[in-house]
Design a protein around this ligand. Structure first.
Ligand code: SDX
Length: 380
């Protein structure tokens, strides 16, 4: 049998081109439409980064004002979506809750011609903005209902990040918290052909609709090897407790051959380009909330794991403790990832729809050789 070169997990395989972002492990860098993500996270509101991902350019003042006005029009949780969420038990997986909400939004967005699922580029740009605008309310309400708290209406005097925090906590947050949150949204927004984004492209490649592609991506992101890792990082911090317990905890975990969530990456092998920016945001929160023990545990675990395994933190490692300090429940972490990544997903969905190329790879058959029924009937 001729040897076939199988690329399991598509590791290292370039399957298409994209103009949206460039992940460069050699220089440990990440560009969104050519801009270094560190510069965007440090200087731009998330609304401007969303505009950049969708259109290819940072917005003019007029374009930013228009996007902010449109986002404000769609940020209130619609009664239909709230009703759909309220059907679910508060013990449902938060990602199933988010996926349900997006499915309902899609089902209600009848474009008239139900067989024209893909829609036009203009329709999909509007859908992307509406979905992006609705997700903060969906995520915020999810945390509040799990806590037995009521829905909080959005405030038009607050921009995206400040309003997201308002709808979650019911009080305005310090600018240090808003800035750290805004940076996290930018850092989580886009990362080329990661598992959930590639899932959304496969669905879009059949000319299915944007909502179906986003719900598929949510399913992929739910997994602990991908988006579920930031939640798992907090469970690890809780299990270790303090810096003094890192060594015995690592001895046991590595001895049991467990993967340490928040570390490692399929593409970055010498550290995730986004970590320094998110770590800097975490440091501002550690100071703001006077929680030096969080930094001590973070540093102790990172330095010992890197020394023992030569595997570096990914974005989920600093973002978990950062979201915890902001007051988000651990179950809310991966839905926060959805709220940010929906910008990258929808940019890729629109790019895939424009390329109009069905994604359908091959497989190498290793089952039984051809054989025939020869009168076979199922008998005991
Ligand atoms: C995200 O793709 C993206 O861009 C994703 C993402 C994005 O923005 O979309 O960056 C977001 O998903 C970040 C990754 C979050 N996941 C985790 O933190 C889960 C823990 N990480 C690992 O599961 C792992 O590092 C992966 C899945 C992320 C990447 O794994 P690879 O590249 O497939 O490498 P591998 O699993 O083959 O590991 C190679 C070796 C193995 O050892 P051996 O079996 O060869 O002895 O390294 C070991 C692994 O066991 N290893 C780890 C480890 N990661 C790799 N060992 C312990 N803990 C880890 N975290």
């Amino acid at each position: 049998m001729t040897e076939v070169d199988i690329k399991k997990g598509l590791a290292g395989v370039v399957v298409d081109v994209t103009a949206i972002s460039k992940v460069n492990p050699e220089t440990n860098s990440l560009l969104y439409r050519g801009y270094p993500v560190q510069e965007l996270a440090a200087t731009q509101p998330f609304e401007a980064v969303a505009h950049l991902l969708w259109t290819g350019n940072l917005p003019t003042a007029a374009e930013l004002a228009e996007l902010r006005a449109t986002e404000r029009q769609h940020r209130a949780l619609s009664p239909e979506v709230k009703a759909a969420i309220d059907i679910l038990p508060t013990t449902a997986h938060p990602m199933d809750e988010v996926r349900t909400a997006v499915s309902v939004i899609g089902a209600l967005d009848a474009t008239g011609d139900v067989m024209d699922a893909a829609g036009t580029p203009e329709e999909n740009q509007e859908r992307a903005i509406r979905l992006w605008a609705q997700l903060p309310a969906i995520v915020a309400y999810g945390q509040r209902r799990r806590r037995g708290e009521e829905l909080i209406a959005p405030r038009d005097d607050l921009d995206y990040s400040a309003n997201f925090l308002w709808m979650t906590f019911g009080e305005e947050q310090h600018e240090i918290v808003v800035d750290a949150f805004n940076r996290s949204m930018t850092l989580y927004a886009e990362h080329s052909f990661n598992a959930s984004t590639f899932t959304s492209r496969v669905i879009a490649s059949t000319l299915s609709d944007l909502y179906s592609a986003v719900t598929g991506a949510i399913g992929a992101l739910k997994g602990p090897l991908h988006g579920g890792a930031n939640e798992a990082v907090l469970h690890i911090f809780d299990a270790i407790g303090s810096a003094e317990n890192v060594t015995p905890w690592l001895d046991e975990a590595l001895g049991a051959k467990r993967k340490i969530m928040g570390f490692g990456h399929r593409v970055y092998k010498r550290g995730d380009s986004r970590v320094p920016t998110m770590k800097a945001a975490l440091d501002t929160l550690v100071t703001h909330y006077d929680r030096p023990e969080v930094a001590a545990l973070y540093d102790a675990l990172e330095s010992e794991f890197v020394a023992r395994k030569g595997i570096y933190p990914n974005l989920d490692y600093p973002s978990g403790p950062a979201y915890n300090l902001m007051g988000f429940d651990t179950l809310t972490f991966t839905p926060l990832f959805v709220a940010a990544r929906v910008t990258g997903w929808t940019a890729h969905i629109m790019e895939q729809l424009a390329s109009n190329a069905l994604i359908r790879p091959l497989s190498e058959y290793v089952g039984p050789a051809e054989r025939h029924i020869d009168g076979y009937v199922a008998t005991d």
